[in-house]
Ligand binder design. Structure first.
Ligand code: NAD
Length: 294
């Protein structure tokens, strides 16, 4: 028996893209699948596909930015499958490329609500269900390589993805004693419709922007379209996640070629420490106690 068999996973944004690919991969390994998504039409298509493959599936609508909807999804999952063992906080939106001035507060709010609060709510609601049965479980947060390095002009996206990496690092420590493994999936560009995220933007995020897209934003958006369309197939990302869950990895990377991008920050961090060590201002503070919170 594999570690997933007969267990139950709730996948936000599971109607298409990486979420649906993860649903297929886990369903193939005997998991009960709950796909929850804001897009009811795509949800029915995905439900029919999974059910047709003999996978036990519950499809339900969810706006991840709404805590009360998460609670309803939890109740439906328990009613249908009895227990929840895994949450995949996958739903995410790309936002809209733009400079500081071009990125209005409704865009910020939308991306923060979905990419950040969606992950917070999903974890807050599903973790108590995992603790209640004592069989352990998994919290899988989908961030991005953009959580580890800059993607200029996509600032709400990179900010929220960096936050998801940071939250997962904390939760991994907090949940380990409960037998719950937390990890953060950080794909590079993958063939999905992420570059068309505005298709599912809720009306409450009214668009106050005026005027045409700037040249820089428009060039970013067309580059993003190209790199997403020629990116990694979502099925490969999903299978890589399975491999990483079996190995209990914390940071789940899928694009080995992105290493130089991440190294920019780590190399710069080393230089920043060297600068601080050499600063005469700090000469008397070199041995301050390193805090430990374990
Ligand atoms: N595709 C990439 O290149 C890439 C790279 C790195 C990370 N990611 C991340 O992968 C995750 C999945 O994205 P994807 O690439 O499959 O994109 P996608 O647009 O194909 O799928 C996203 C899914 O989330 C759903 N969704 C959007 N807003 C929602 C909301 N408020 N509540 C519930 N569901 C909502 C959509 O309906 C859709 O089914 C995202 O978190 C994204 O940031 C994607």
């Amino acid at each position: 028996m594999n570690i997933f068999e007969n267990k139950t996973v709730v996948i936000s944004g599971g109607a298409e893209g990486i979420g649906l690919a993860v649903a297929r991969a886990l369903g193939k390994r005997g998991m009960n699948i709950v796909i929850a998504d804001i897009d009811a039409t795509q949800l029915s298509v995905a439900e029919a596909e999974l059910a047709g493959a003999g996978i036990p599936v519950l499809a339900t609508t969810l706006d991840v930015a709404d805590l009360s909807q998460w609670k309803r999804v939890a109740e439906q999952s328990i009613e249908r499958f009895g227990k929840v063992h895994m949450v995949v906080n996958n739903a995410g939106v790309g936002g809209k490329g733009g400079t500081i001035e071009e990125t209005d507060s409704s865009t910020w709010q939308w991306v923060i609500d979905v990419n950040l609060m969606g992950v917070v709510y999903g974890t807050q609601v599903m973790v108590p269900l995992m603790k209640s049965h004592g069989e352990g479980g998994w919290v899988v947060n989908v961030a991005s390589m953009a959580g580890f390095g800059p993607l200029p002009l996509a600032t709400p996206y990179t900010a929220t993805k960096a936050a998801v990496v940071a939250m997962t690092e904390n939760w991994a420590q907090e949940l380990a004693p409960e037998g719950i493994h937390a990890c953060v999936l950080c794909p590079g560009f993958t063939q999905t419709r992420i570059n068309l995220s505005e298709r599912n933007k809720h009306d409450r995020y009214t668009n106050n922007e005026s005027g045409d897209e700037s040249k820089s934003a428009s060039s970013l958006n067309s580059t993003l379209k190209k790199v997403v369309e020629t990116g990694m197939p979502s099925g490969v990302v999903a299978e890589r996640l399975i491999e990483a869950l079996e190995a209990k990895e914390l940071y789940v990377f899928t694009h080995p070629s992105y290493r130089p991008l991440v190294n920019v920050r780590f190399n710069a961090t080393a230089v920043a420490f060297d600068n601080a060590i050499q600063s005469p201002l700090l000469a008397n503070y070199k041995d301050l106690m390193l805090p430990s919170f374990n």
